[in-house]
Design a protein. Structure first.
Length: 159
């Protein structure tokens, strides 16, 4: 994972882009990976671990009605989380995660990851398999891959 984090750092730095993160099921893992690179303070503006629904509503502006209608693990909530954290930190890019890491409960492994760029916001749904640790690792790795792809897409489509 270090290689992709280093690549993200390089692209963000070279293009003067900033990043923020809203994490639920990844519980700070994405932020930790991003900050493992020296100099990350030049592009990483901050993150919010919104583990509870109340935090999603209060800190990220997720609509309570959408949580009630779609649940906290939905594309609608993931989208609002990435947009909310981007607005909160005024970042160019943002990433959000919401899902069920398990090991108990319904829909274990169901996860939504959203990435907001200056051009658009995408949401992807996953159904990861494994124990809590393996699912969390897959969430972090997938979020970083999507972020990297969206950064490259913006940079190379604008040249």
């Amino acid at each position: 994972m270090q290689a992709i984090v280093t690549s993200i750092a390089k692209l963000l730095t070279e293009n003067n882009f900033t990043l923020s993160v809203a994490e639920s099921c990844s519980a700070g893992g994405i932020s930790s990976c991003i900050c493992s690179v020296s100099g990350s303070s030049s592009y990483f503006l901050g993150g919010i671990i919104a583990y509870s629904n109340e935090s999603k509503i209060r800190d990220l502006g997720v609509l309570r009605e959408d949580i009630n209608i779609f649940t906290e693990v939905s594309k609608e909530v993931a989208l609002q989380m990435s947009e909310g954290v981007s607005n909160r930190f005024s970042s160019d890019f943002s990433v959000s995660t919401t899902g069920y890491s398990g090991p108990t409960g319904k829909d274990v492994g169901k996860v939504f990851i959203s990435v907001k760029s200056p051009k658009n916001t995408i949401v992807r749904e996953y159904n990861f398999i494994g124990n809590r640790e393996k699912i969390t690792s897959q969430i972090i790795e997938s979020a970083l891959q999507i972020l990297f792809s969206e950064i490259k897409l913006l940079i190379y489509n604008n040249k």
